[in-house]
Design a protein around this ligand. Structure first.
Ligand SMILES: *Cc1c(COP(=O)(O)O)cnc(C)c1O
Length: 389
């Protein structure tokens, strides 16, 4: 048994230095005037809200975006002092009062939501801090032109109960060049709707439309605030965005650093004779005598089932194949080619070991998923610890 044994079946480490570098790069590229709202929805893209938020705070982030009420409360409780928190999606009517009392901001994506917010802020005698979300062509959420018109007249009658912090929209796929004309049309619609607001003397403090991809592909879309998720964690939104950036640089080194490393260890080693099936069913037949390692990680922790007979992990500086189907809590690895392999040896599922690396993107090319989805599926039950290196 090696002495580096970890207590949990697997563990996620978060590299503080990498996070600091990503933030420095983004601040430099986006300019000091643009506020970076750190998007920490989906448990901070799987990294862990409670671990990531204090780090972002330490390196100067003072604005956070989440999807829902419960995430907002987790961010609120993870901060050392109150900072702006913005809910881009779901709050039940019953939770509206808590949100307004805590000064948490939220999107108004339809008239019903505006009415609930107003009724609640009147009752509490506290101004609701809202962001008006415009429907500009994604056809998902937001106020249409007619609804915006209606919202304006409601707002005019209730201006003492409400603070209009933002006017925003979401672009439908800025990471892909094929969406270019659709995005341009959305940006034009946004400007038209903004003009309607301004004509009515409503001047929101922040205009914001850009996620990571749009911030890089459409610099004009940065405005006062950008909502950055995936790039903070060290991933490009798409290969296209990366290529466009790197083509204009002399230095061809990727400036983004991955923060997350996911590792486990070998729980058992077995020799299997040629001609035997391994694991459930008949998906893997040993064609020679092989040595297998059992690793206590499976789809219940977020190791995608679609990596069955396809995925790779790193053991003793070797790249090793996942064989047979991914189980709920275990995977079987072919370690026939690894000399002196022992129970307790480190198994890297995502991240580096020596010179080799398992990138989430490599992981997801195989499993047909985006980085986003793989990260969001990393179970909240896995312990996360911050490392300085
Ligand atoms: C998730 C999300 C973002 C962040 O997107 P990234 O591609 O991760 O930068 C921004 N805005 C909205 C509305 C979102 O839902």
């Amino acid at each position: 048994m090696t002495n580096n044994q970890i207590t949990d079946s697997s563990i996620i480490t978060l590299n503080e230095k990498a996070l600091e570098k990503n933030l420095a790069f983004l601040k430099k590229k986006l300019g000091t005037k643009v506020i970076i709202s750190a998007v920490v929805k989906a448990n901070a893209y799987g990294h862990g809200i409670e671990q990531i938020v204090p780090l972002f705070e330490k390196y100067g982030i003072n604005h956070y975006s989440v999807f829902s009420f419960s995430e907002a409360i987790r961010v609120y409780n993870s901060l050392s002092k109150p900072q702006a928190i913005m809910i881009m999606g779901w709050i039940s009517d019953k939770n509206m009062a808590v949100i307004i009392e805590k000064g948490i901001e939220f999107f108004i994506f339809n008239i019903e939501r505006l009415e609930v917010a107003l009724a609640c802020s009147k009752k509490l005698k506290i101004k609701a801090k809202i962001h008006l979300e415009a429907e500009t062509g994604m056809n998902r959420s937001g106020l249409s032109v007619d609804e915006l018109d209606r919202a304006i007249s409601i707002l005019k009658d209730n201006i003492e109960n409400i603070e209009i912090v933002g006017f925003c929209t979401h672009l439908a796929g800025a990471e892909s060049i094929s969406n270019h004309s659709r995005i341009q049309k959305q940006l034009r619609n946004y400007q038209k709707m903004l003009a309607l607001l301004e004509k009515n003397n409503i001047v929101p403090k922040y205009r914001h439309v850009a996620n990571s991809a749009a911030s890089f592909i459409y610099p004009k879309a940065r405005m006062e605030l950008v909502r950055i998720g995936i790039m903070l964690y060290g991933f490009w939104p798409s290969i296209e965005v990366f290529i466009q950036y790197i083509n204009n640089q002399n230095n061809k080194i990727d400036p983004l650093k991955r923060i997350l490393r996911w590792k486990s260890q070998i729980m058992a080693i077995k020799k299997v004779k040629s001609g035997e099936f391994i694991g459930y069913g008949i998906s893997y037949l040993a064609q020679t005598n092989i040595t297998t390692a059992l690793v206590p990680v499976g789809y219940s922790q977020g190791y995608s089932r679609s990596l069955s007979n396809k995925g790779h992990v790193l053991i003793c500086g070797h790249r090793c194949s996942v064989i047979s189907v991914i189980n709920m809590n275990m995977i079987i690895i072919d370690v026939t080619h690894v000399k002196n392999v022992e129970v307790g040896d480190e198994v890297v599922l995502i991240g580096k070991q020596g010179k080799l690396e398992i990138k989430v993107s490599a992981f997801s090319d195989l499993s047909d998923k985006l980085n986003y989805e793989i990260l969001a599926h990393l179970s909240e039950s896995i312990s996360r610890i911050v490392v300085k290196k």
